[in-house]
Design a protein around this ligand. Structure first.
Ligand code: FAD
Length: 458
C-alpha cells in the first residue's frame, strides 16, 4: 500500500520511519503514538485515493491536523496510517459581500485569521494554539476558544463543509448559505466528530465585521461567586458585546509572573481575577462605569483596571495565555476540561475542593477558563516537594472525584477538547445508553468498515 501511495501521490506525500517523529508527538506527551506511515495529501483527489487504497488493503486511517487536541484523538498505532492535512492548506476564496471564506482543512487558524483580516473582516475563532491547529481540526473538535461568548463555537461559524467519506466520494456541502433547510443538516454530523466519520477537506466559514473598539479589563474580586456576579451584570448590560470573560485565579498569576519572562501583575490586588473583553463598547460608557461602581459598592476588595494601551491589553491576555506553560514549570498536573451551568460554578468548586484537598494534601488547584460559557480548565498541580510520579498515582482517583461531581452538578466532563481516547469511559455517563446507541448507529451508517479513527469517541 505504501508503494502504491508513493507512486500515485508522489514521494513528497509519504513520511516513514524516524521522520514520522514530529507527527507522533502529542502536545502534552500523554499518549504514545506510532504509525505505519504518515501521508500528506496535496489535493482532495489525493485524499480520495488514500481512502480507496485503505479500503482495498483494510488499513484504518487517523486524520490529523496540528496535533494540538488534548485527548488523544489524533494518536495512531503501528497498523494505522496518519493522514495529516498540512499540505491541503489553500484559501480557496473569500467573498466580501457574503462575508465568508472557503478554506482548505490544513490551513492553520492563524493564517486563516490573517487572510480574513487582510480583507478587513474577522474570523472569530481564536485559540492559544492558533499558530499550529488547523481549520479541519477545529471543525472536527468543534473548537471554542476565547470568543465563544459573542460568536459561538466553530459550529455556529460553519456555513458549509467538504468531506471525503468512507466510500472515497466527496460530500460537497460547501455552499455558503446562512439558511438552508434541505432535509437533515448532514454537515453538522462531521462537526465535532473527531475524524470518526470522514476526512474534512474544506470548510466554508462565515466572517464578521472587525470590532471598531475593544475594551479590555482586568477585575479582581474576593471569590468565584463574585466573578460570576460580575459576569451576570455585564451580560445584562451589554449582552452580545461581551466577547470574552475569563476566570484567572491568583495562583495562575503567580505561576505566570514567576516563570514567563516579561510578564508582570496588572495590579497588586489578590483574590480571584477576571479578564474581560468587550467589543464596540467604550471604556467611558456609562453602563460600564455603572457595573464597576456596583461591584465596588458590593465588594470592598474589588479592583478594576481598564487597559489604556494595546501593550497593556496584551499583557492582560498574556497572563491568560501563558497559564498552561507556566503550570508545566510547577511539575505534574492532573487536568480536566469541564463545563457547568454558570450558576453552578461556584457551588461546584466550593463543594469539590475540600474533597480534593482531603485526597491529596497540599494539592494546588489552578482553576481558570472561559467562565462566560461555563467552561473551566479544572487543573490540579502537584503539591510542592512531592515526587511527580507519587502525585500522578492519584490521577484516577482525582478524575473520578471531579468527573462524578461535574455530572452531579449538571455539567459535562468534555467541554471543548472532545472525547478522543481520554474520555471514552465517561461517554455513557454523559449522554446515556440511548445516546451511545445512536452514535454507534451513525458510525455504522457512515463508516461501516470502521475505516476512520477506530477506537476514538466510541
Ligand atoms: P488535531 O489535534 O490534529 O486533531 C483533533 C481531532 O480532530 C482528532 O480526532 C483528529 O483525528 C481530528 N481531525 C483533525 N483534522 C481532521 C480533518 N481534516 N478531518 C477529520 N478529522 C480531523 N480548544 C478549544 O476548543 N478552545 C481553546 O481555547 C483551546 N485552547 C488550546 C490551547 C492550547 C495551548 C492547546 C495546545 C490546545 C487548545 N485547544 C483548545 C485544543 C485544540 O487546539 C483544539 O481542539 C483544536 O481544534 C485541534 O485542532 P488540530 O488541528 O490541532 O487537531
Amino acid at each position: 500500500m505504501i508503494e502504491q501511495l508513493r507512486a500515485q501521490l508522489g514521494p513528497a506525500a509519504l513520511v516513514t520511519g524516524a521522520e514520522m517523529h514530529g507527527y507522533l508527538q502529542e502536545w502534552r506527551g500523554t499518549y504514545t503514538s506510532d504509525a505505519l506511515a504518515v501521508v500528506l495529501p496535496g489535493s482532495v483527489a489525493d485524499v480520495q485515493t488514500i481512502v480507496r487504497l485503505a479500503s482495498e488493503h483494510d488499513v484504518s486511517l487517523v486524520p490529523q491536523g496540528g496535533n494540538t487536541g488534548l485527548v488523544g484523538g489524533a494518536v495512531a498505532n503501528p497498523t494505522q496510517l496518519i493522514v495529516n492535512l498540512t499540505r491541503l492548506n489553500r484559501i480557496r476564496s473569500l467573498d466580501r459581500d457574503n462575508a465568508s471564506m472557503l478554506v482548505e482543512a490544513g490551513c492553520t487558524l492563524d493564517i486563516a485569521r490573517q487572510a480574513a483580516a487582510a480583507e478587513g473582516l474577522l474570523l472569530a475563532l481564536d485559540l492559544s494554539s492558533a499558530g499550529s491547529c488547523q481549520i479541519g481540526g477545529n471543525v472536527s473538535t468543534n473548537a471554542g476558544g476565547v470568543n465563544v461568548l459573542r460568536y459561538g463555537s466553530i459550529r455556529q461559524q460553519v456555513l458549509g463543509l467538504e468531506v471525503v467519506t468512507a466510500s472515497g466520494d466527496v460530500f460537497d456541502a460547501t455552499q455558503a448559505l446562512r439558511k438552508n433547510n434541505s432535509g437533515y443538516d448532514l454537515k453538522q454530523l462531521f462537526i465535532g466528530a473527531e475524524g470518526t466519520l470522514g476526512i474534512v477537506t474544506a470548510v466554508h466559514l462565515c466572517l464578521f465585521a472587525q470590532p471598531q473598539q475593544r475594551t479590555v479589563m482586568w477585575v479582581s474580586v474576593p471569590d468565584v461567586q463574585a466573578v460570576v456576579h460580575c459576569f451576570g451584570l455585564l451580560r445584562e448590560r451589554f449582552s452580545g458585546n461581551v466577547s470574552a470573560f475569563e476566570l484567572i485565579p491568583d495562583i495562575a498569576v503567580q505561576f505566570v509572573t514567576q516563570h514567563m519572562s516579561g510578564m508582570r501583575r496588572v495590579s497588586d490586588a489578590r483574590g480571584v481575577h477576571a479578564l474581560i473583553e468587550l467589543h464596540d463598547v467604550s471604556p467611558d460608557a456609562r453602563p460600564l462605569q455603572g457595573v464597576v461602581a456596583h461591584m465596588a459598592a458590593q465588594y470592598p476588595a474589588f479592583d478594576a483596571v481598564i487597559a489604556t494601551s494595546e501593550a497593556q491589553a496584551q499583557m492582560m491576555w498574556g497572563l491568560r495565555h501563558h497559564i498552561s506553560d507556566a503550570q508545566r514549570c510547577e511539575g505534574a498536573s492532573v487536568k480536566h476540561d469541564i463545563a457547568l451551568p454558570i450558576s453552578q460554578i461556584a457551588p461546584f468548586i466550593e463543594s469539590v475542593l475540600p474533597e480534593i484537598e482531603r485526597l491529596v494534601t497540599g494539592i494546588r488547584p489552578v482553576i481558570f477558563g472561559h467562565i462566560g460559557d461555563g467552561n473551566l480548565h479544572f487543573n490540579l498541580s502537584q503539591p510542592v516537594g512531592v515526587a511527580a510520579d507519587a502525585f500522578r498515582a492519584h490521577t484516577v482517583a482525582l478524575n473520578d472525584l471531579v468527573n462524578n461531581a461535574v455530572i452531579a452538578y449538571g455539567g459535562t466532563v468534555s467541554a471543548e477538547h472532545g472525547i478522543g481516547l481520554q474520555k471514552r469511559a465517561w461517554l455513557e455517563r454523559q449522554v446515556g445508553g440511548s445516546g451511545v446507541a445512536m452514535m454507534r448507529a451513525i458510525k455504522q451508517a457512515l463508516d461501516p468498515e470502521h475505516r476512520f479513527n477506530p477506537g476514538k469517541i466510541l
